[in-house]
Write a protein that binds this ligand. Structure first.
Ligand code: TRP
Length: 346
């Protein structure tokens, strides 16, 4: 169990519970997590509280996706004996730390955060930015530091959030006069972001351009059939472009025979290779990747009580870890501790 791995570097990462995970998560992040769990002390946070910062209008969706994502984790091979899966909203120390850190960040700094700026744009908040949304980087700093994580595997868009976390860490440590919290570094996957099947830069469920981990063989075939290729490649005989051609981008990400892919690319560029041949290969490759995940997912989905129990136990363990950090920080800052005073007088 993770508690008996005290020498291992601590990893924390998480996912907003707004929709089931998809193949974009798999190549960028989930595969990494499965590999890291045997060498690190890893915590995965089901970030339902953070999900609410832009989903206050749909708490049912946030709630429904807690077990969905936990099931996705288990389906890809996250082992609850090695990785602690825990539920953000049920770790009160995270909220306490957020409130405390809020005093060590200025509003101007929050408004300057490039990730937040982009996300405010993308969500069309205009001037009606929920305060919880503007402040979620502070909450994320609480997530990371509560576990004393030093490694945070995230996409490159999250790097400014790690920077913000470390600024808070340095301020707290300076105020405390001791290194009560460690700084963290982002672990950014070497593979680039997987585009949506429509060729858009980002896979997003709201855009309908994802392939979920639970996709059936038919859904995969359908997604591949609709997949964006080279609009200039009208007849098989025409020379085609590989750059920006989503089918090849996916083959690069999933096909374990790069020589065969290189050969296909050369024939495509030369002319004489139809989209349907390349798509057939991708269909086979994706089916081989997804089939075992889909089967394991279906098995876990048949026993939601078991998944719930894994989340409950993980959250309990995470609670002892995060409560201890909250005590450390409060003590290092010299804040009043009522309980300890009562104990001292007893
Ligand atoms: N912000 C992350 C996302 O958008 C989710 C998340 C919440 C997270 N808390 C975290 C990631 C802590 C890394 C560390 O998916």
């Amino acid at each position: 169990m993770p508690l008996s791995m005290p020498d291992r570097p601590v990893i924390l990462t998480g996912d907003r519970t707004t929709g089931p995970l998809h193949l974009g998560h798999y190549v960028g992040s989930l595969q990494n997590r499965v590999a890291l769990q045997s060498t690190h002390r890893q915590f995965l946070l089901l970030a339902d509280a953070q999900a609410l910062t832009d989903h206050a209008h749909d708490p049912a969706k946030v709630s429904r996706n807690v077990l969905e994502i936990a099931t996705d984790y288990l389906a890809v091979g996250i082992d609850p004996e090695m990785t602690t899966i825990c539920l953000q909203s049920h770790l009160p120390a995270l909220a306490d730390l957020t409130l405390l850190y809020m005093n060590f960040v200025t509003v101007a700094r929050l408004e300057r955060n490039p990730t937040i700026k982009d996300e405010i744009q993308a969500r069309g908040f205009g001037r009606d930015i929920p305060a919880g949304f503007l402040c979620y980087p502070v909450a994320q700093a609480a997530d990371i530091t509560a576990f004393k994580a030093t490694i945070v595997p995230v996409g490159d868009d999250q790097a400014p959030l790690i920077e913000q976390t470390n600024e808070i860490v340095r301020r707290i440590n300076r105020q405390a006069g001791t290194e009560v919290l460690p700084e963290a570094r982002a672990l950014i996957p070497s593979v680039g972001r997987l585009p949506g099947v429509d060729g858009k830069a980002k896979m997003s469920k709201s855009q309908g351009n994802t392939i979920p981990l639970s996709a059936t063989a038919d859904q995969i075939r359908d997604a591949v059939r609709r997949m964006f290729t080279d609009p200039g490649h009208v007849r098989a005989a025409d020379p085609g472009r590989v750059e920006g051609n989503v089918v090849f981008t996916y083959l690069d990400a999933f096909d374990d025979d790069p020589a065969a892919v290189a050969d296909l690319k050369a024939r495509y560029v030369r002319g004489g290779l139809g989209d349907s041949v390349v798509k057939q290969r991708l269909d086979d490759v994706l089916e081989a990747v997804v089939a075992p995940i889909r089967d394991r997912r279906a098995a876990f989905a048949r026993d939601p009580g078991h998944v719930l129990e894994i989340v409950r136990r993980g959250t309990q363990l995470a609670r002892t870890v995060t409560d201890a950090t909250l005590r450390d920080v409060r003590e290092a800052l010299g804040l009043f501790a009522l309980h300890e005073r009562c104990d001292a007088n007893a």
